[in-house]
Design a protein around this ligand. Structure first.
Ligand code: ADQ
Length: 455
């Protein structure tokens, strides 16, 4: 196998003040064993601005830190990535901001990643560039090295052309991406959206559905839905301490008949506000049985320096207060709201405890939470309510699919989910389980790398 150099915004480890610790998450878990086996390295930002550590090895992988100053971080990451690209690519749920002063650091920082990667690459290596922060890197790398294969994976949706076309730097972004040999996306819709934008703004030509020709080169388009380490979730969910903790949680939640759960990064794309309104609607129709339902929303702090995220946090906290004020009783609040990250075992105990998982993003590249819930419900009843606008809806067709903007429909779906008979819930969960077991993160990594190897 050929060596792989992963180029990502962040390194797979961060400094905790005393030592480097592996960052949690599916991408790291999937790629670590591959990189350990075939060699190569990981290029990314270390998480602290200012002086960068020298290249070092962690868990058998060579890490190449990229330097970012505080100013660059503000312009590139908090600025262009999170106020222009992130909202634009998520259907412009929040109005994207386009500032010329932020484009410059985006370009500069992409150039720096490309240079560090070019130095780390050996002839015939594969460079595998990750996500929306680094869309110019494929083109920049190609002009620095013509003896490597370049792959790019987009973790978030690629938007429809009507939305993408607003971007003042649309041509540069398309040309940057077209520097890759293989461009992979979460869904078919994203593949099609990109092909259309590449034809219009890059003057690329389509050859069938999964190939483009551009400036004499051939570029493959791939649909590769990201996934989870299913076996790991299944094992932890079945373990005695997690089962015990799940029972404890149910008790702490007042032994409600039905526990409904939401787990997200606190982000306006996740539809947490509409979800709370829908839960309020369910309680409204539940006169006479006040403690029947409990809703737990776990929200992980995210991008706390971006004003839109601060506003969102206040809005959600007000909504939680309103539902609890309207429907709570002394000593009993129907909504439990946790604003923090949980360790994996605790998170899994929540998944196990929940009768209904409510995943209602307004737009989401994939949504791994939905897959994690399914993996934790092998041989255990549970119902997944899933937004039509999550990438996962292309695969998880046996979930109860819903339009999250339609609050009445979410209320009705919650009613169906909380009253579903055991036989139907079991059949649906078995089907979902087959999908997440067959298409796990290792299969995803194999698919992506096979396409790159073949190039
Ligand atoms: P995210 O927007 O972060 O990812 P998601 O796919 O749901 O969304 O992944 C979140 C991860 O964080 C999950 O693995 C989950 O377990 C974990 N997590 C959530 N809440 C947590 C909590 N309170 N404590 C601890 N862990 C928690 C982006 C895209 C997605 C895409 C992924 C992967 O926005 O669409 O699926 O990348 O490509």
């Amino acid at each position: 196998m050929r060596r792989i150099v992963v180029v990502a915004n962040r390194l797979p480890a961060s400094w905790d003040g005393e030592r480097w610790v592996t960052s949690p998450g599916g991408l790291v878990r999937a790629l670590e064993p591959v990189l350990q086996r075939v060699g190569g390295c990981w290029v990314g930002w270390s998480g602290t601005s200012g002086e960068v550590p020298d290249p070092f090895e962690h868990d058998g992988i060579a890490l190449q830190p990229v330097e970012l100053t505080e100013d660059e971080l503000n312009g590139f990451y908090y600025g262009f990535c999170n106020t222009a690209i992130w909202p634009l690519y998520h259907d412009a749920i929040v109005t994207p901001e386009f500032h010329r002063r932020q484009w410059h650091p985006y370009h500069e920082v992409n150039q720096r990643y490309a240079r560090v990667a070019a130095d780390a690459l050996q002839s015939d290596d594969i460079a595998w560039v990750q996500d929306y922060q680094l869309q110019l890197v494929p083109g920049m790398l190609r002009s620095l090295r013509d003896d490597i294969t370049i792959g790019f994976y987009l973790h978030i949706p690629f938007p429809p052309i009507e939305i993408f076309s607003r971007l003042p730097w649309r041509r540069q972004i398309i040309e940057g991406l077209l520097g890759a040999d293989v461009l992979a996306f979460q869904t078919r819709a994203s593949v099609q959206n990109f092909a259309r934008a590449a034809r219009r703004y890059g003057h690329a030509e389509s050859v069938g559905r999964s190939e483009l020709r551009w400036r004499g080169r051939s570029i493959r388009l791939q649909r590769a839905p990201i996934a989870i380490d299913t076996a790991h979730f299944e094992t932890v969910a079945a373990s005695e301490p997690v089962q015990r903790r799940a029972a404890e949680l149910r008790h702490e939640l007042g032994d409600a008949e039905k526990i409904i759960l939401g787990v997200d990064r606190l982000d306006y794309t996740k539809g947490i506000d509409l979800r709370l309104k829908a839960f309020g609607g369910l309680l409204e129709s539940n006169v006479g049985a006040p403690r029947r339902y409990a809703f737990v929303q776990v929200a992980v702090p995210s991008r706390e320096d971006v004003p839109a995220y601060q506003d969102l946090r206040s809005e959600i906290e007000q909504l939680v207060g309103r539902v609890n004020g309207d429907y709570g009783e002394p000593g009993w609040s129907p909504v439990s709201y946790l604003y923090r990250s949980l360790d994996l075992e605790e998170l899994i105990a929540y998944y196990v405890a929940a009768d209904v998982m409510l995943v209602t993003p307004l737009r989401d590249g994939m949504n791994l939470v939905a897959k994690e819930y399914v993996a934790c419900h092998r041989n255990r009843p549970g119902v997944l309510v899933l937004s039509e606008f999550a990438g996962a809806a292309e695969q998880l067709k046996s979930a109860l699919l819903v339009n999250p903007y339609d609050v009445d429909a979410v209320v009705e779906t919650l009613r169906v989910a909380t009253t579903m008979d055991l036989a139907e819930a079991t059949t649906r969960m078995q089907r979902l389980g087959r999908t997440v077991r067959k298409e796990d993160v290792f299969e995803w990594a194999r698919d992506c790398l096979a396409m790159l190897e073949a190039f």
